[in-house]
Ligand binder design. Structure first.
Ligand code: OOG
Ligand code: NI
Length: 332
């Protein structure tokens, strides 16, 4: 053996080892998600039953608090360490949010597998721009209430045993375990915060848990590969889709089509002993059409890289509403 051959096979083994750890981590996040969200679980089962389909995930999404190291970076570090690349930033001024999406390493095309065993998904992580909720930044009549709510939020995040506020270091672990790294709020605090930002209230009780997985519809084999057919099929089976701005969200270029269910709810035990139902997660569907420059390729030649990539602010703005009270309480 030459020494280079030996070291090549050693580094192969190392990268397989690290990829399997990474996939195990995603699998734990997915298990937490499926156990808490019966709608997502049923829909995945339903879609895969149609013709024994393999389901590819288009992306995984997470929410965070953009303050004191708890923001996008706290979760992004796992994905960056396992070969992901940061792509575009998206801004949502009205919701006081920003998001960043990450593309998977291109070595990762496990063609045969399904879900977290399949091609690695994109990752979409958003954060609440907590500083923009601060009283100094806002000169309106709500200042007093805002200040109280903000302090409450910071107090909870920082209250770790050493009072060092280092829960953010364990974001991925918390997501895989389905636990919070901070103290649970009082029910009244949750309600007040929800009045200010439904996103903040969601993140306070769900933490780093997977917000949704997205089924890549164009990679299905049956007629469900057309997102409009999939939407009809989902509704016919009794599930409610997020209707904000219309069920189907279409990017201005017409090439990124998205829809999502309305989030499930779960009882949550607040720190004052109150058990109340809170919104959990939802499931999304995305169809990425072939880019105009590749429209002459034959069906079998078309790869994921020939399709519309990325995300769209206008679509995302509506998809965020999948956990809103308005959608959850809407009559079907
Ligand atoms: C994310 C909403 C945006 C997309 O694919 O554009 C989104 C969220 O609800 O946290 O998922
Ligand atoms: Ni999404």
């Amino acid at each position: 053996f030459s020494s280079t051959a030996v070291s090549a096979s050693k580094s192969d083994r190392q990268s397989q080892g690290s990829e399997s750890f990474f996939r195990d981590t995603l699998r734990s996040m997915e298990t937490v998600y499926l156990n808490r969200n019966p709608t997502a679980k049923s829909i995945l089962k339903l879609v895969s039953s149609v013709d024994d389909e393999q389901i590819c995930y288009d992306h995984l999404a997470f929410r965070t608090f953009g303050v004191n190291g708890y923001g996008i970076n706290s979760l992004a570090s796992l994905f960056l360490d396992y070969g992901y690349t940061p792509k575009e930033e998206l801004r949502f001024p009205a919701k006081k949010l920003k998001a960043l999406w990450f593309s998977p390493p291109n070595s990762s095309s496990q063609e045969g597998g399904s879900g977290v065993n399949g091609p690695l998904p994109r990752v979409f992580i958003s954060e609440l721009l907590v500083d923009q909720l601060s009283p100094r930044a806002q000169k309106d009549t709500q200042v007093f209430g805002l200040e109280i709510r903000l302090k409450m939020l910071l107090k909870l995040l920082e209250n770790t045993p050493k009072k060092s506020g280092s829960g953010n270091k364990y974001a991925a672990l918390a997501s895989a375990l389905g636990s919070l790294t901070w103290e649970k709020p009082l029910y009244s605090e949750f309600q007040q915060l929800a009045g200010e930002s439904e996103y903040a209230a969601w993140t306070l009780v769900n933490g780093y848990a997977l917000n949704h997985v997205t089924i890549s519809t164009h990679r299905l084999k049956s007629n469900l590969r057309n997102i409009k057919s999939l939407n009809e099929f989902i509704e016919k089976n009794g599930f409610k889709l997020n209707s904000d701005g219309g069920v189907l969200k279409v990017s201005p270029d017409g090439l990124l089509l998205q829809s999502s269910t309305v989030a499930d709810s779960m009882p949550f035990s607040f720190s004052d002993g109150v058990d109340e139902s809170v919104p959990c997660s939802y499931i999304e569907f995305a169809e990425r059409l072939v880019l105009p420059q590749y429209k002459n390729l034959s069906e079998s030649e078309i790869k994921e890289s020939h399709r519309r990539d990325g995300f769209e602010v206008g679509n995302a703005d509506k998809i965020f509403e999948s956990t809103s009270k308005e959608q959850l309480t809407r009559r079907a």
